[in-house]
Design a protein around this ligand. Structure first.
Ligand code: MTE
Ligand code: HPA
Ligand code: MOS
Length: 769
């Protein structure tokens, strides 16, 4: 037996939940045996689509001439807005996005139409030969310019508590300033792809790499002008989503479906990497202005903050993203007297969208920057200033949106990390190093995370599942959640296995399918397991209950006396194997399948004032990061990272630690090397891996030590666990704060003019003042 087999065999003897199970597709992933949409064998007659892109940031669309393209080899057709049988606008909440450009274009990369051909390369070559006549109009490319011109996709929102002006005026110390934080490309390994198959009698089957099959179904039905029951969408897995396939997958699926509708043939659309960069939205870049007053201990006495989210040309998810940013400005800290003004700016670039953290990182980072500055101005250790501002337990424990923080574990969590990472000694050692080292300077930061779990749009916090027990005792689960590498399916199988008392290997999930579980929410907001895991658990519980009643009837006992564990079912009189029981029960006509439904309790909030309890609970963590910068070149390196993170009672520690590692490194990329550059004409200049640098394996710090906080979730969440998908991303703010610490040490000045990302150029600029 090779090592992994042995590991699986050992674990199988124990209950599934809480075990470090390998991902249900791990072997298939590494063996190349896992199917992605582009791997599905193509149906005979399949055509391929490529997009026709706008080359101008804004203008009037006067004419599209496809004559040349249509004459090219293999080209079958060109699809424009006039070919849409249903609504020419996508069925988004704000209804502001045409499926294909109508009479205007609003960014470089906007899709004007699609070319369909026999092969992908024929379609892509022909798309470049379509002549597009656009009369230029002035564009807004800068988010601060958008604020000046009041160019918004949604109205501004203000959240205010107390008297921040008085707090600032009375404070012994004050700071004011501005900050800019860049966006981020998702860079999922599998690009956006959709495959639309027309079936008989006006029915459709769509394979989509999507976090939200139900929304793809809804959008396709709307664009085709057919009811939702005519469209089935499935997704076995994504090669990464990171929020970039929450809405953006829908566009590609709709374009493929429209082309299939017009040609009457199956159509696959797979964007190449450059087009994916140019067409789809990214993390929202943010600009900030702040004014803060504080006391001698560094405690914030008043804060006025302006957040301008660069939303791009349409609303997409920008409303909930900007809301989540407002909800996370406090991060872990009590802001008594505060005013936050949130602008949702319209600019002529891609429509920015969900990305791991969903506005949370953009909310937190400004406050972390402020606390670092406050500490340096006062000559204090930044960790002491952070501690002085933490939420209290009995008092100072209500957020600026009026939600009491009831599950705060940060004081003991930070204390433990401070000890385990040897923070104080290292602080002293780094000061000595910096005093002796003229060129290389080091920096250190320990920053916490408090992240609210639940969709900010309350109604999304619901999920359904179906559990089928077949007559041979094998179990199939379906639920509304999607697999993007995060291990959701593995965790749901673990939960169902334990609920039925069967070995993990008896339970399988095939693909997510709108024909099995309808109206599912996006797999997002880190709540995939919280929602779908519970729904699947409830479905399995009903089957177990029915089986227990059946056994109770036979053995003359109460159903509660029937126990299910290790593939065995035992009552007071007899023990039998799971398979035997299932077969008997089927012959006795007991229903062996069930549905389950879950909605998150306790949550509510007012969309207009942003007050209430938007989150069921908070996930916590902290990271201590040490960095080095080269003051001659600006180059920098992350040397050492210690993380203590709270996942409650882990359903799968191997997967959770993988999520913490991956989230942290992705966050590090956002704040260091990943820089999006739009040129003066609004063309994204960094649209390939040659110019856009995500972290490589060599960038992962050699010392990356992760520990899990031992307590279960204090709220009644599935298995006592906490969501883990997004919160660790924000631990990477410690990297950026450590870099700012190093710059301050080099400059000998408390104020640091370093925006994000901290590329070598930006670090060098900050060093030169
Ligand atoms: N992990 C992997 N490997 N791939 C991904 O695309 N997406 C992240 C996170 N972890 C992602 C990932 C994002 S943005 C979210 S919201 C969650 O996973 C979604 O899954 P969950 O709710 O099941 O945690
Ligand atoms: N996170 C991710 N996606 C979402 C959310 C959220 O809070 N709200 C609506 N879509
Ligand atoms: Mo994650 S940004 O909520 O898909």
């Amino acid at each position: 037996m090779n090592a992994p087999e042995k590991f699986v065999a050992q674990a199988a003897a124990r209950p599934a939940t809480g075990q470090p199970r390998i991902h249900e597709s791990a072997r298939a992933h590494v063996a190349g045996a896992a199917t992605y949409v582009d791997d599905i064998p193509e149906v005979k007659g399949t055509l391929h689509a490529a997009p026709i892109l706008s080359k101008l940031a804004r203008g009037r669309l006067l004419a599209v001439d496809a004559t040349l393209a249509l004459e090219m080899e293999g080209v079958q057709d060109v699809i424009l807005a006039r070919d849409i049988p249903g609504d020419p606008f996508l069925s988004t909440f704000v209804h502001d996005e045409p499926v294909l450009a109508l009479d205007t274009v609003e960014f470089v990369g906007q899709v004007i139409g699609v070319v369909v051909a026999e092969t992908v390369m024929q379609a892509r070559r022909a798309a470049r030969q379509v002549q597009v006549d656009i009369e230029p109009l002035p564009a807004i490319l800068d988010v601060r310019e958008a604020v000046r011109q009041q160019s918004f996709v949604l109205p501004p929102v203000t959240v205010r508590r107390g008297e921040p002006e008085q707090g600032i005026a009375r404070a012994p110390h004050r700071l004011a300033g501005a900050l800019d934080v860049g966006g981020q490309e998702h860079f999922y390994l599998e690009g956006q792809v959709g495959y639309a198959l027309p079936l008989e009698q006006g029915q459709w089957w769509i394979h989509s790499s999507t976090q939200h099959p139900a929304e793809v179904q809804h959008w396709v039905a709307h664009a085709l002008g057919v009811p939702a029951n005519a469209v089935r969408v499935d997704c076995r897995r994504m090669g990464g989503g990171f929020g970039g396939k929450e809405t953006q997958a829908g566009h590609v699926a709709v374009w493929a479906a429209l082309a299939a509708h017009k040609t009457g043939r199956p159509v696959k659309m797979r964007l190449d990497r450059d087009d994916d960069f140019l067409v789809t939205g990214k993390r929202h870049p943010f600009a900030y202005d702040y004014e803060v007053g504080f006391d001698d201990a560094g405690r914030i006495l008043g804060l006025k903050l302006m957040l301008a989210a660069n939303c791009g040309w349409s609303a997409d998810l920008s409303g909930p993203v900007a809301d989540r940013a407002v909800f996370h400005v406090d991060n872990a800290y009590f802001l008594g007297d505060v005013e936050i003004v949130s602008y949702r700016c319209k600019t002529n670039v891609q429509s920015h969208t969900a990305f791991r953290g969903f506005g949370g990182p953009q909310g937190m980072i400004v406050t972390e920057a402020l606390l670092g500055e406050i500490a340096r101005v006062l000559g204090m250790d930044p960790l002491d200033v952070r501690k002085a501002n933490l939420y209290g337990i009995e008092d100072r424990n209500v957020t600026h949106y009026q939600m009491p923080v009831e599950d705060n574990i940060l004081a003991p969590l930070i204390a433990r990390l401070e000890h385990d990472a040897d923070y104080r000694h290292r602080r002293a050692a780094i000061a000595q190093w910096n005093a002796a080292s003229p060129v290389i300077k080091r920096g250190l930061a320990l920053t916490p995370v408090k992240f609210g779990i639940s969709f900010t749009a309350t109604f999304f916090n619901q999920a359904g599942a179906l559990v089928h027990v077949y007559t041979d005792g094998s179990v199939q689960v379906n639920h509304g959640g999607t697999e993007m590498g995060q291990g959701l399916h593995t965790k749901v199988c673990q939960l169902v296995a334990d609920e039925l008392g069967v070995p993990f290997e008896r339970v399988r999930i095939s693909s997510t399918d709108t024909g099995k579980v309808p109206n599912a929410s996006a797999t997002a907001a880190s709540s995939g397991t919280d929602l779908n895991g519970r729904a699947a658990q409830f479905a399995a519980r009903q089957i177990r209950q029915r089986l227990a009643e059946y056994v109770a009837g036979k053995q003359n006992c109460r159903p509660e006396q029937v126990l299910f564990a290790h593939g065995q079912v035992s009552g007071p009189d007899a023990v039998m194997g799971w398979e035997q029981l299932v077969d008997d029960a089927w012959h006795a006509r007991v229903q062996l399948w069930s549905d389950g439904f879950y909605r998150t309790p306790k949550i509510h909030y007012d969309r207009h004032t942003l007050t209430g309890r938007p989150f069921y609970y908070f996930a916590y963590g902290a990271a201590c990061t040490e960095v080095a910068i080269d003051t001659l070149t600006g180059e920098n390196r992350v040397l050492k990272v210690d993380i203590l993170h709270d996942v409650g009672h882990s359903i799968n520690p191997a997967i959770d630690i993988g999520q913490i590692e991956g989230g942290f490194v992705q966050g590090m990329g956002w704040l260091t090397t990943e820089q999006l550059v739009w040129d003066a004409k609004g063309q994204l200049a960094t649209h390939a891996p040659s110019t856009y640098k995500i972290p490589a394996t060599g960038d992962v710090p050699a010392h990356l030590r992760i520990a899990l906080w031992p307590e279960p979730n204090r709220e009644d969440n599935v298995g006592g666990s906490k969501a883990v998908g997004e919160p660790p991303f924000m631990l990477a703010i410690s990297v950026w704060e450590a870099l700012r610490d190093a710059v301050a040490a080099a400059n000998g000045q408390p104020r640091v003019a370093l925006d994000a990302p901290a590329t070598a150029e930006n670090v060098l600029k900050a060093l030169r003042g």
